[in-house]
Design a protein around this ligand. Structure first.
Ligand code: SF4
Length: 136
Protein backbone atom coordinates (compact mmCIF):
# COMPACT_ATOMS: atom_id res chain seq x y z
CA UNK A 1 0.00 0.00 0.00
CA UNK A 2 1.35 3.41 -0.86
CA UNK A 3 -0.02 6.30 1.18
CA UNK A 4 -0.77 9.71 -0.20
CA UNK A 5 1.57 12.18 1.53
CA UNK A 6 -1.49 14.19 2.60
CA UNK A 7 -2.88 11.17 4.45
CA UNK A 8 0.17 10.84 6.66
CA UNK A 9 -0.14 12.26 10.15
CA UNK A 10 2.57 12.49 12.75
CA UNK A 11 2.08 8.88 13.84
CA UNK A 12 0.06 6.96 11.25
CA UNK A 13 2.86 6.63 8.71
CA UNK A 14 4.08 3.63 10.70
CA UNK A 15 1.10 1.66 9.44
CA UNK A 16 2.69 1.71 5.99
CA UNK A 17 6.27 0.93 7.07
CA UNK A 18 8.04 -1.74 5.05
CA UNK A 19 9.81 -2.88 8.23
CA UNK A 20 6.61 -3.75 10.07
CA UNK A 21 7.05 -7.44 9.35
CA UNK A 22 10.83 -7.47 9.72
CA UNK A 23 12.82 -8.50 12.77
CA UNK A 24 13.50 -5.15 14.54
CA UNK A 25 17.01 -6.35 15.36
CA UNK A 26 17.85 -6.06 11.66
CA UNK A 27 17.84 -2.29 12.14
CA UNK A 28 20.14 -2.38 15.17
CA UNK A 29 23.40 -4.05 14.10
CA UNK A 30 25.18 -5.84 16.92
CA UNK A 31 28.55 -5.12 15.31
CA UNK A 32 29.83 -1.56 15.01
CA UNK A 33 31.98 -2.03 11.91
CA UNK A 34 33.47 -4.64 9.63
CA UNK A 35 31.88 -7.02 7.11
CA UNK A 36 29.13 -8.23 9.48
CA UNK A 37 28.08 -4.64 10.20
CA UNK A 38 28.20 -3.69 6.51
CA UNK A 39 26.08 -6.71 5.54
CA UNK A 40 23.44 -5.95 8.15
CA UNK A 41 23.33 -2.27 7.21
CA UNK A 42 22.89 -3.21 3.54
CA UNK A 43 20.07 -5.62 4.41
CA UNK A 44 18.28 -3.01 6.52
CA UNK A 45 18.74 -0.30 3.92
CA UNK A 46 17.31 -2.55 1.22
CA UNK A 47 14.08 -2.66 3.24
CA UNK A 48 14.12 1.12 3.72
CA UNK A 49 14.74 1.78 0.04
CA UNK A 50 11.49 0.07 -0.93
CA UNK A 51 9.56 1.64 1.94
CA UNK A 52 6.69 3.94 0.89
CA UNK A 53 7.04 6.14 3.97
CA UNK A 54 10.80 6.57 4.03
CA UNK A 55 10.58 10.38 3.88
CA UNK A 56 8.22 10.57 6.86
CA UNK A 57 10.35 8.07 8.74
CA UNK A 58 13.55 9.98 8.07
CA UNK A 59 11.93 13.25 9.12
CA UNK A 60 10.97 11.66 12.43
CA UNK A 61 14.28 9.82 12.84
CA UNK A 62 16.29 13.01 12.41
CA UNK A 63 14.53 14.46 15.42
CA UNK A 64 14.15 11.59 17.84
CA UNK A 65 15.83 8.34 16.81
CA UNK A 66 19.46 8.34 17.91
CA UNK A 67 20.21 4.67 17.30
CA UNK A 68 20.01 2.14 14.54
CA UNK A 69 19.04 2.41 10.90
CA UNK A 70 15.95 4.50 10.17
CA UNK A 71 14.72 6.35 7.15
CA UNK A 72 17.34 4.58 5.07
CA UNK A 73 20.27 6.06 6.99
CA UNK A 74 22.53 4.80 9.75
CA UNK A 75 22.80 6.80 12.96
CA UNK A 76 26.10 8.37 11.85
CA UNK A 77 24.61 9.25 8.45
CA UNK A 78 21.64 10.91 10.20
CA UNK A 79 23.97 12.88 12.44
CA UNK A 80 25.75 14.16 9.34
CA UNK A 81 22.55 15.47 7.71
CA UNK A 82 20.72 16.62 10.84
CA UNK A 83 19.74 20.29 10.57
CA UNK A 84 22.14 22.64 12.28
CA UNK A 85 19.23 24.40 13.98
CA UNK A 86 18.70 23.53 17.59
CA UNK A 87 15.71 21.25 17.90
CA UNK A 88 13.54 21.27 21.00
CA UNK A 89 14.31 18.41 23.37
CA UNK A 90 12.61 15.27 22.11
CA UNK A 91 9.46 14.38 23.96
CA UNK A 92 10.88 11.00 24.97
CA UNK A 93 13.73 12.72 26.77
CA UNK A 94 11.34 14.87 28.79
CA UNK A 95 9.15 11.89 29.64
CA UNK A 96 12.11 9.82 30.83
CA UNK A 97 13.45 12.73 32.85
CA UNK A 98 10.01 13.00 34.48
CA UNK A 99 10.53 9.42 35.65
CA UNK A 100 7.84 7.86 33.44
CA UNK A 101 8.10 4.09 33.05
CA UNK A 102 9.48 2.62 29.84
CA UNK A 103 6.13 1.04 28.89
CA UNK A 104 4.38 4.38 29.39
CA UNK A 105 6.94 6.27 27.31
CA UNK A 106 6.65 3.59 24.63
CA UNK A 107 2.87 3.99 24.55
CA UNK A 108 2.99 7.79 24.49
CA UNK A 109 5.65 7.92 21.74
CA UNK A 110 4.28 5.06 19.63
CA UNK A 111 7.42 2.95 19.80
CA UNK A 112 8.45 -0.39 21.33
CA UNK A 113 9.67 -0.75 24.90
CA UNK A 114 12.97 -1.94 23.44
CA UNK A 115 13.35 1.42 21.69
CA UNK A 116 12.66 3.24 24.95
CA UNK A 117 15.31 1.10 26.65
CA UNK A 118 17.80 2.29 24.03
CA UNK A 119 16.75 5.91 24.62
CA UNK A 120 17.15 5.48 28.37
CA UNK A 121 20.63 4.01 27.87
CA UNK A 122 21.55 7.03 25.76
CA UNK A 123 20.18 9.38 28.39
CA UNK A 124 22.26 7.65 31.08
CA UNK A 125 25.35 7.98 28.90
CA UNK A 126 24.62 11.64 28.14
CA UNK A 127 23.70 12.77 31.61
CA UNK A 128 24.53 10.01 34.01
CA UNK A 129 20.81 10.19 34.77
CA UNK A 130 18.92 7.34 36.40
CA UNK A 131 15.75 6.82 34.41
CA UNK A 132 12.59 5.10 35.49
CA UNK A 133 12.03 1.83 33.76
CA UNK A 134 10.69 -1.64 33.80
CA UNK A 135 7.07 -2.43 34.34
CA UNK A 136 4.69 -0.02 35.96
S1 SF4 B 1 12.27 3.87 6.07
FE1 SF4 B 1 13.13 1.95 6.89
S2 SF4 B 1 13.08 2.17 9.12
FE2 SF4 B 1 11.74 3.75 8.24
S3 SF4 B 1 9.69 2.86 8.27
FE3 SF4 B 1 10.57 2.45 6.25
S4 SF4 B 1 11.56 0.44 6.41
FE4 SF4 B 1 11.17 1.16 8.50
Amino acid sequence: MSPDERELTFWNWRAFAACRDQDPELFFPAATDGPTYEAQVAAAKSVCHRCPVRVACLRDALQRVPHGIAGGLTESERRAVRPATVLPPPRWRALLLEGRSHPEVARLCGVSVRTVERWAAQLRRDHGHRCGGGAG
